[in-house]
Design a protein around this ligand. Sequence first.
Ligand code: FAD
Length: 379
Amino acid sequence: MIGAGLAGALLGILLRRRGWEVDLYEKRGDPRLRGYEGGRSINLALAERGRHALRAADADEAVMRHAIMMRGRMVHVDAAEPALQRYGRDDSEVIWSVHRGDLNLVLLELAQAAGARLHFDLGLAGVNFDSRVAVFADARDGSRREVPFRALVGADGAGSALRAAMHRVRDLGERSDFLDHGYKELEIPPDDDGGFRIEPHALHIWPRGHYMCIALPNDEKTFTVTLFLPHQAAAGDGPAFDQIRDTAAARTFFEREFPSALALIPAFERDWAANPVGQLGTLYLEHWHLDGRAVLLGDAAHAMVPFHGQGMNCAFEDCVALAGQLDAHPDLAGAFAAFEAQRKPDAAAIQRMALDNYLEMRDRVDDADYLLQRALELA
Ligand code: FAD
């Protein structure tokens, strides 16, 4: 398996339990030795779809020790007191905030305990599909390692190296649509007493028309704030990342647009300078497998914009589906084809919903009529 991120580690557990020999190759270092080098989206919203998959791997309990319940959205508009819009009728219908690093570590430990072999600092660099040999580059000394395989599973994320290698053998029908908006992460630390600075059991949103901030809680009593903003300003439009040239301009922008959020971020300048602007996009892929030799799942097959908080949840569902199809088919090609047929329509639906929710979160959560309608639906 290529990639020991979220999907790779979970699938490692599921496949080992079915008796498969599993080698997980990860281009980053071992997070247990060096700390987590995650890179993007520090925490994630875990929903029932993802928890269902975690339960199938007996990983739910260990993961939920790090999770914080989010009962609904807490909307910050103008000078009004923020109000909670519940996601469901009660605490049985909620989502959870989990730190990416904690989640990955828990799943890696369980994969190893189940017997998966973990290989860190080894990034896939090429594949000979005829001789079934994968080539890995060692990040520590630049050397190359050739590894024979029966089948490769690509859980190596949106920029999948396995997808690129497969594409050289078969046109996968790949298309990426990048959003005009990017994102930047900032941190709300604990308060002076070591507690949360704002309501912890909520996903906070500061909607501002064409851009917004959100904040999700972490179990060390911090929040990760994410600003979503256009990369470039179109003529006559509002602010954009390319117009905010330094930290002073960033502060001025926050003072004007997000004063209540800014007051919660004491190291604003440090965070702004340290954290890059991330790209967001949707990956559409016609073919997810190369007969019985390779298959893609998670972001490698269907990366999506994060506005429904379902990318990881969907990747986890893929893991259960692939394990189930491997149980149901005697041959790998049949299992991979059935997996693709099962999951492609679902992934496409979630990708569409994620784009739709982007528009909703951006433009409608401060819409009084909409809020009234939602309140009536929930009453
Ligand atoms: P990844 O998590 O990207 O893991 C891929 C792994 O492969 C990494 O460990 C990487 O180092 C490794 N790798 C890459 N290349 C190679 C190589 N050549 N060789 C070996 N290893 C390699 N989803 C949600 O469900 N809820 C959310 O709230 C949410 N919020 C998000 C917020 C943002 C800002 C973003 C960008 C995404 C968000 N997502 C969310 C989506 C979620 O992050 C992804 O869908 C999820 O990480 C996909 O998991 P994955 O295992 O497929 O890929």
